[in-house]
Ligand binder design. Structure first.
Ligand code: ATP
Length: 354
């Protein structure tokens, strides 16, 4: 695979804020790439820098090996889809989609053919003659996408593309957008603050913090192998057991010793991170478990297919969370106030520095 976008040591400072702090990234051809992170981490600034709406103080943006840093946005084979969609209210769907092509030197037939092609792809034919205000949010989103795709950019940048949609529609559109991306064979770079959206849609994710890439990897890598407490905490739910680390063991304040996968050298103080779905609950002490800790059930939340069981552990202000299936919960008949043991295998705990 070859890189379509290469970012080299990008830096952008606004007053006292380092919005982008020495970012280098390679985005591959036909990749669905997500830039994820909390508010203010610099993801929008990075997207706007790729589009050419911000110029970096330092560093380069390369498109298919060519340095495009000095080029204006309209001179880049990159399209940015805005969150507001920016559709023309007085034009039909077909005209909205054709608009961008009419600026180009194309025959009328060629324009019609390309508009028809993307309307097929985005399932928009039946709405061709409607105006944007006669469409639902999801349909408007598809028109905006079709309008961006019809220009056949090498790269399409999407800023919180599903932000305006309600939860159910958003979940539907996540899969739709992924389908459109793979059918169109175009590289998508999406900015989102929604970790679930990034996990579902992206091939790779750059999780950002304070203008830097905290971790880059596939959704599975970020979820299963977080390299810092920040990443472990940002993606999904996580239990943390804080203490003093020595080798592959951590000693908690209450003296309990636990073991996990070592992720860095020279860790001293730190934490053991364990996903709630990796924790098993027992009434009797699990003698053979790699790791075990006792606590009291303080809360049980029902989610349908599974349950969240919150367990308070002595000398630890943070309650621990176990996620167990509804079937198992029925068998175990867990009750509030009950004393239980939590256990998990060492391979499912990661030792992370402070
Ligand atoms: P959000 O999810 O809230 O949109 P973000 O991760 O996209 O956040 P950016 O919009 O890239 O973050 O902003 C990064 C930092 O740079 C923030 O601290 C922001 O206040 C600052 N910033 C962005 N644009 C400007 C600007 N034009 N002038 C001054 N500061 C700016």
């Amino acid at each position: 695979m070859s890189s379509v976008i290469q970012l080299r040591n990008l830096q952008k400072v606004f007053g006292q804020t380092r919005a982008i702090d020495d970012v280098s990234l390679d985005i591959q051809e036909n990749e669905f790439f997500a830039m994820l992170g909390p508010s203010g981490c610099g993801k929008t600034t990075l997207l706007r820098t790729i589009a050419g709406f911000e110029s970096p103080d330092h560093g380069k943006v390369l498109l298919s090996g060519e340095d495009i840093t000095p080029l204006r946005p309209n001179k880049r084979s990159i399209n940015l889809m805005f969150q507001s969609y920016a559709l023309f209210p007085h034009m039909s769907v077909a005209k909205n989609i054709a608009y961008g092509l009419e600026m180009e030197d194309l025959t009328k037939q060629e324009i019609q053919r390309r508009v028809a092609d993307v309307m097929d792809m985005a399932h928009l034919h039946e709405f061709a003659n409607r105006r944007p205000d006669q469409l639902s949010g999801g349909q408007r989103q598809r028109v905006a996408l079709a309008r961006a795709l019809v220009k056949r950019p090498k790269v399409l940048l999407l800023d919180e593309p599903l932000g305006a949609l309600d939860k159910k529609l958003r979940e539907q559109m996540q899969l739709e957008l992924k389908r459109l991306q793979s059918e169109a064979g175009i590289t998508f770079v999406m900015v989102t603050h929604d970790q679930e959206e990034a996990l579902v849609m992206a091939d790779r994710i750059a999780l950002m913090k304070d203008g830097r890439v905290a971790q880059l990897g596939s959704p599975k890598e970020l979820y299963e192998q977080p390299n810092s407490r920040f990443v472990a905490d940002f993606i999904g739910s996580m239990n943390f057991f804080d203490g003093t680390i020595s080798g592959d063991r951590i000693t908690l304040k209450n003296g309990t010793q636990l073991s996990g996968v070592v992720t860095a050298d020279d860790m001293n103080h730190g934490t053991l991170a364990v996903r709630p779905e990796r924790i098993c609950l027992h009434r009797e002490i699990p003698q053979d478990a790699d790791n075990r800790i006792q606590g009291v059930i303080e809360d049980i939340a029902y989610h349908g297919q599974d349950l969240s069981v919150h367990v308070a552990v002595a000398n630890d202000a943070q309650r621990k969370l176990a996620r167990i299936s509804a079937t198992l919960a029925e068998e175990q008949e867990l009750k509030l106030g009950e004393s239980v043991w939590c256990s998990w295998t060492s391979q499912h705990g990661r030792l992370l520095g402070a």
